[in-house]
Design a protein around this ligand. Structure first.
Ligand code: 5GP
Ligand code: ZN
Length: 128
């Protein structure tokens, strides 16, 4: 019987999950307004901004969300945070909110780890 790679869990086959929107943005298959890219990370403007400045920072490696960040990914997750803060300041935002959603009930709709960076207006707390 032929080995069907697409029947195996994605993480064991390829860091890019099949049919993942943000993997496709990361590798250029789907266009996005990118504001930063390096070997590990991509940042792009959110298609449905919730603030005047709203962009996402994602790892090129497919991780389903913040709960999937393992010991090996700690440096990568730290880089996401630092890059988000740096890009906020470079885009004229000194006061901003960084958000990771985990799970549908928390508002996660794309199951590829992403850091929201929101700024450019007063942000209410607690969030809805
Ligand atoms: P979540 O709700 O999973 O925390 O955040 C997903 C975010 O991705 C949402 O803010 C949504 O507007 C954004 N988004 C979904 N699809 C696309 C897309 O195709 N392009 C861009 N640039 N952003 C997207
Ligand atoms: Zn992905």
């Amino acid at each position: 019987m032929a080995l069907r790679l697409d029947n195996l869990p994605n993480a064991q086959v390829n860091p890019m999950a099949n049919d993942c929107l943000f993997c496709k943005i990361a590798n250029g298959d789907i266009p996005a307004r990118k504001l930063y890219e390096d070997e590990e990370l991509v940042a792009f403007w959110d298609i449905a901004p919730q603030a005047p400045k709203h962009f996402l920072v994602i790892p090129k490696k497919h991780l389903s969300g913040p709960a999937a960040v393992d010991t090996d990914d700690e440096a990568l997750a730290g880089r996401m945070l630092r890059k988000g803060a740096q890009l906020a300041r470079e885009n004229g935002v000194e006061s901003f909110r960084l958000v990771f959603n985990e799970g549908a009930e928390a508002g996660q709709t794309v199951f590829h780890l992403h850091l929201h960076v929101l700024g450019g207006r007063a942000l209410a707390w607690p969030p809805g």
